[in-house]
Design a protein around this ligand. Structure first.
Ligand SMILES: *Cc1c(COP(=O)(O)O)cnc(C)c1O
Length: 384
């Protein structure tokens, strides 16, 4: 179905930070499948993990124990606030699980009227009926009525508005620590900490959507860890499988207390192929220095993009972001800038607020930064 405004580009092969078309053109991939290819393309360790698993067993369903799930869950639990994990196949499903869990928590606690979730304006949580309602973007809901009930929206970053929206029916607060699709809008660490305090004050669950910010993207395994605050529930996907479709919903034992056998499920969720790859992604990210490298590259890329933007003040208004989740705001439509950069050999992604996102694989080095900035400078010079 023509549901995408696709660029007329098709890739035959990927290697590290590069993608290649069938006619041999090479692209520096700072889109990374929209923050998915965290370890670049065809990382040898991921290829090995996937192909080895493919020769053993692909799928058994959740009728049985899946040892890979137990291993990946143990790893995620060890590295986060969470005690328990549900595996699914996408970000939207991770958020569906989060939403269901929050409602169910209050239901089993004897508060069945506490069903509503306070979300942020400009949010993005996926394209299912519940997650478009949580995102609250009119353009994603138009023509798909009736809208799933139970989501209230307040401006992102405004704690007073959020507190004023709390009623006796409120179950949870749901935000992205850095809004991604909305246009790379980092939540202030102090705001994130106050969300925690507010949730505690009113007995609400705090849900972080780390589908885009998670898995090292912002320089820590999860973005909220930089603010020194922990949610009760968290949705993860995108980078988790490094390109293999997999999602996860992490939670504390308490938040998940209503999720007993039969309350939720997925045929494919956490299948052995997905778990083999996700386990290896986590192993690579666990290596000493991996996240420090992301931090260093984030600082370098940002500084170089800012410097380049400053040389072309008529072209770019602003650079913002966290770690390797960066965005800049061109004066021209972002779609045109993305197309021009692709023409120059650099893949980027548009976002809300006319932002062009730079979401490179986390394994980039200084040469890739040089190359990307060189292409930015050429294109900025062309359009200035
Ligand atoms: C991409 C994204 C989603 C949706 O993930 P899908 O895998 O496309 O369903 C949800 N939340 C955030 C923050 C995202 O960036």
């Amino acid at each position: 179905m023509p549901t995408y405004a696709r660029a007329d580009l098709a890739f035959e092969r990927g290697e590290g930070v590069y993608l290649f078309t069938a006619d041999g053109r090479r692209y520096l991939d700072f889109a990374a499948g929209v923050a998915v290819n965290a370890l670049g393309h065809c990382h040898p360790r991921l290829v090995k993990a996937l192909t080895e698993q493919a020769g053993r067993v692909w799928h058994t369903s959740n009728l049985y124990r899946v040892p890979g799930q137990e291993k990946v869950a143990a790893r995620l639990v060890e590295r986060t606030f969470a005690d328990t994990v549900f595996f699914c196949n996408s970000g939207a499903e991770a958020l569906e699980c989060s939403i269901k869990m929050a409602r169910r928590f209050h239901y089993v606690a004897g508060n069945p009227r506490r069903t509503r979730i306070i979300c942020a304006e400009g949010a993005f949580h996926g394209r299912t009926l519940a997650t478009v309602a949580a995102g609250g973007q009119k353009k994603h809901m138009e023509g798909f009525a009736p809208v799933v009930e139970g989501f209230d929206h307040v401006p992102f970053g405004n704690l007073n508005a959020l507190r004023a929206a709390i009623t006796e029916e409120t179950a949870a607060i749901l935000v992205e620590p850095v809004q991604g699709e909305g246009g790379i809008v980092p939540g202030d660490p102090d705001y994130l900490r106050r969300l925690r305090a507010t949730a505690d004050e009113f007995g609400l669950l705090l849900i972080f959507d780390e589908v885009q910010t998670g898995m090292g993207r912002t320089g820590t395994l999860f973005a909220h860890q930089q603010a020194g605050v922990a949610p009760d529930i968290m949705g993860v996907a995108k980078g988790l499988g490094g390109g293999f479709p997999v999602g996860a919903c992490l939670a504390t034992e308490k938040a998940a207390s209503g999720m007993v056998a039969g309350t939720h499920g997925s045929t494919f969720g956490g299948n052995p192929l997905a778990m083999a790859v996700a386990g290896e992604v986590l192993s690579v990210m666990d290596e000493p220095g991996f996240l420090e490298h992301v931090q260093a590259m984030g600082v370098l890329l940002r500084a170089r993009v800012e410097e380049t933007a400053a040389r072309f003040p008529g072209v770019v208004d602003e650079v913002r972001g966290l770690g390797l989740m960066l965005g800049f705001k061109p004066r021209m439509p972002n779609t045109e800038m993305v197309a021009r950069l692709a023409g120059g050999g650099l893949l980027t992604v548009g976002a809300g607020d006319n932002i062009v996102r730079l979401l490179p694989p986390l394994i980039i080095d200084e040469n890739h930064v040089d190359e990307a900035v060189g292409i930015l400078a050429r294109v900025f010079d062309e359009v200035k």
